[in-house]
Ligand binder design. Structure first.
Ligand code: MF3
Ligand code: CO
Ligand code: CO
Length: 277
């Protein structure tokens, strides 16, 4: 099966979905503080999507083959949780780091998938460095997006930066094509060899969402059927954007007023680095 090339109409729908997905993260930011529960963050995001945006949370009742239906609207992955943390009565405390992963579905049926890291109060030096390196990894991957490059170029750039810092790349989960379908081809690996894999073509839309562990890369699945933690209990970080391959490079679709700026090394000269403008 081939990787889909989006129509101009699809691309316009995905720009809207991406912006709405990012705006949920903007909305929730002031609430992400010591004392709040992950369940409260889920409730607030869910209400905002449905009542303010008119979007629907894609995770709710999402059930890929072999999974039980996901029970909440967002994912809240705290400290050694790599991904798919289920919101509940966990209270966030000073020094925690949390990834909030939001996917909206618009009224036209398009998915807007993105995530950011948040510090609860003051992070440890390790937590801050891991979070920053992971952000750089995502952007180094994005910077590889242009026609003629290969998916392996993205993975290679991410892996090189993570491992130079002494960290490891999670292998079991990857980025993905996205559109009217939440997860479609291709699988966007966050490790690999430059020049390998399919060629990038204008009109492809996919996520880049590296999960980077401070320790070893191995994972542990929790009994709830969803939550994934580091096997060695080391911290894990993740950031996620949706990108479109353009004729000259890339366009980040998950952009809102509160989107963090790209690292300085990306600069404004990079084709399509709209978020940097
Ligand atoms: N948003 C996640 C991703 O980046 C997927 C979460 S699936 C869920 O692909 F069911 F756990 F929400
Ligand atoms: Co995703
Ligand atoms: Co996501």
């Amino acid at each position: 099966m081939a990787i889909s090339i989006k129509t101009p109409e699809d691309i316009e729908g995905m720009r809207i979905a991406g912006r709405l997905g990012a705006e949920v993260l903007d909305y929730i930011t002031p609430f992400v503080k010591p004392g709040v529960t992950t369940g409260e963050l889920d409730r607030l995001c869910h209400e905002y999507m449905v009542n303010v945006q008119g979007t629907v949370p894609a995770p709710l009742n999402y059930a890929p083959p072999g999974y039980t239906p996901y029970p909440k609207a967002i994912c809240t992955s705290v400290n050694d949780v790599i991904c798919h943390g289920i919101p509940g009565d966990k209270v966030l405390k000073n020094g925690d780091v949390v990834n909030l992963d939001i996917t909206v579905i618009t009224k036209d049926g398009y998915h807007g998938d993105n995530s950011r890291m948040f510090y609860i109060g003051e992070p440890s030096i390790l937590a801050r460095r891991l979070t920053e390196i992971t952000y750089e990894c995502m952007w180094l991957g994005i910077a590889q997006v242009k026609p003629g490059n290969h998916f392996g170029d993205i993975g290679h750039a991410i892996q090189l930066h993570a491992e130079k810092a002494g960290y490891s790349v999670v292998r079991e989960f990857c980025g993905h094509g996205i559109g009217k379908v939440f997860h479609e081809e291709p699988q966007v690996l966050h490790y690999g060899k430059a020049g390998t894999g399919e060629e990038l073509k204008p009109g492809m839309i996919f996520t880049i969402e590296p999960m980077i562990n401070a320790g070893r890369r191995e994972i542990r699945e929790m009994g709830d059927g969803w939550t994934i933690k580091t096997k060695d209990r080391s911290l894990s970080a993740q950031w996620e954007h949706m990108v479109l391959v353009t004729e000259t490079g890339y366009e980040v679709l998950t952009v809102s007023a509160g989107t963090p700026p790209p690292p300085a090394f990306i600069g404004n000269s990079v084709a399509g680095a709209k978020a940097a403008a």
